[in-house]
Design a protein around this ligand. Structure first.
Ligand code: SF4
Length: 448
């Protein structure tokens, strides 16, 4: 295997004998094969698209398949294999529809056998990251692939809420297909920059999907303590799952808490109305092994980040959506536009002890664009008077490395007339420091 798609990569160079995330060699190889088949699907997609618009189902599928390969999302070989099989079916369907016979032979068939580990390992070596020998070409191709993986995650969440954009789906096809051709450095850089533009377009689409469904995030004090009822902990990013869980737990005596990336759910008006939505439990993804243990109740992983599951909570953790972990129960879509059914999790919660408190107090968040704009006058005034001298942006994912305490130290050391703008789970490095406010404006503005 060779994977260097995230900051946790071993030695800042690449994971080669299992991932720092504990991704196994077979999962890494299967994910390489899935990307390879998606490139084949994209080759046919480009040719088909020249003759007319592609059905949305191809873009939807590519979103989901790419999403399954992002860091800490899906470690379940059986699920990746089923995505590979589906990709082959869709590719051949498109090929048949358009009677295309002349695309590169390398993508022409699944000559390897995905149920045979030796064969697929060998094939993965031929098509994985290192199969591109020139380092500059490899870097630019992989940067683009990493970009579309991230865009795919946003696009999938937006699609779940009924918002789609054909241009985003077309870009997946353009980007994936481009990596199968010899392009100049300038052409590859242009595609990477285009991925940046599509990331913004897709975030805007997801923002529209979220805010139309659940209202604009608003300033909220989030409880980080616990109550005495049994609870369910929900993690990841999928707000539709959050909505369904809150509805299905209402009146059952089971409380709901967010974990890690799901913290921003606390800021949406439509969720805040549920009295059994207690607040947030714990910190960012890498502390989950101890926090899931002390939570005592069921945990629902709606997307990344799931880390190796300990036996102590294996029977009470569930995945849904594109998340997956071997041996962990997966809650699938119910189909026919029916809501997912979380009753098994709710029944399990009723038999569990209430969560053990690990901290008390509140954190303040909800400073997404609409809320910030409503505070604009106050903020501009504070800048004019010199009360606020500087804004510092510290955003992105948290990591488990000891050196990540750097961000805590920076936050503590910043002058009192500075404001930190943050988003992503890196915020857990400083969002409980009580850094105070400047004339009522919190010194950590959490956008989500
Ligand atoms: Fe390593 Fe896992 Fe990150 Fe890949 S996703 S670079 S295997 S830690």
């Amino acid at each position: 295997m060779f994977c260097y798609q995230c900051q946790e990569t071993i030695g800042n160079a690449g994971c080669v004998k299992g991932g720092a995330c504990r991704k196994s060699e077979s999962t890494a190889n299967l994910q390489d094969l899935l990307i390879y088949i998606l490139k084949g699907l994209a080759i046919v997609g480009v040719k088909t698209r020249d003759k007319g618009a592609l059905d949305k189902k191809y873009g939807r599928f590519i979103s989901k398949a790419l999403f399954a390969t992002i860091t800490n999302a899906n470690f379940d070989d059986a699920r990746i294999i089923s995505l590979i099989k589906e990709a082959v079916t869709l590719r051949d369907e498109l090929k048949g529809n358009c009677q295309i016979h002349s695309y590169p032979k390398i993508h022409d068939s699944v000559s390897w056998e995905i149920d045979n580990q030796e064969e697929f390992t060998e094939k993965a070596k031929q098509v994985g990251v290192l199969s591109t020998e020139n380092e500059d070409t490899r870097s630019l191709r992989e940067l683009l692939i990493c970009g579309v993986k991230g865009i795919a995650a946003y696009a999938d969440h937006a699609a779940i809420l009924g918002k789609e954009n054909d241009l985003i789906y077309d870009f997946f096809i353009e980007a994936l297909e481009s990596t199968t051709r010899d392009l100049s450095v300038d052409e590859m850089v242009a595609l990477v920059l285009k991925a940046g533009e599509f990331a913004v377009t897709t975030m805007a689409l997801l923002d529209k999907a979220n805010t139309e469904a659940y209202g604009n995030p608003e300033i909220t004090k989030v409880n980080i303590g616990v109550r005495g009822n049994p609870g369910i902990l929900i993690s990841g990013h999928d707000l539709k799952d959050m909505e369904i869980l809150l509805k299905q737990t209402a009146g059952t005596g089971v409380d709901v808490y967010t974990h890690s990336e799901m913290l921003p759910a606390n800021y949406y008006p439509k969720f805040k109305k549920y009295k059994h939505f207690v607040g947030n439990y714990g910190n960012s993804w890498w502390k989950q092994q101890t926090e899931f243990e002390s939570f005592n109740g069921p945990v629902l992983m709606t997307t990344n980040c799931i880390t190796p599951v300990k036996d102590s909570y294996k029977k009470r953790i569930f995945t849904t959506g594109m998340a997956g972990y071997p041996g962990v129960k997966h809650i699938s879509d119910s189909g026919d536009n029916q809501e997912k059914d979380f009753s098994e999790i709710i029944e399990l919660a009723k038999q569990c002890q209430p969560p053990k408190g690990i901290e008390t107090g509140e954190i303040v968040g909800g400073f997404a664009h609409n809320q910030i704009l409503s505070l604009a006058e106050k903020i501009i005034e504070a800048i004019k008077t010199g009360a606020i001298k500087r804004f510092i942006v510290m955003a992105g994912c948290d990591g488990r490395g000891a050196s990540r305490s750097y961000f805590t130290e920076v936050a503590k050391a910043l002058p009192k007339d500075t404001v930190i703008l943050t988003a992503g789970c890196a915020k857990y490095r400083y969002n409980k420091l009580n850094l105070g406010d400047i004339g009522g404006i919190p010194r950590v503005l959490d956008a989500g």
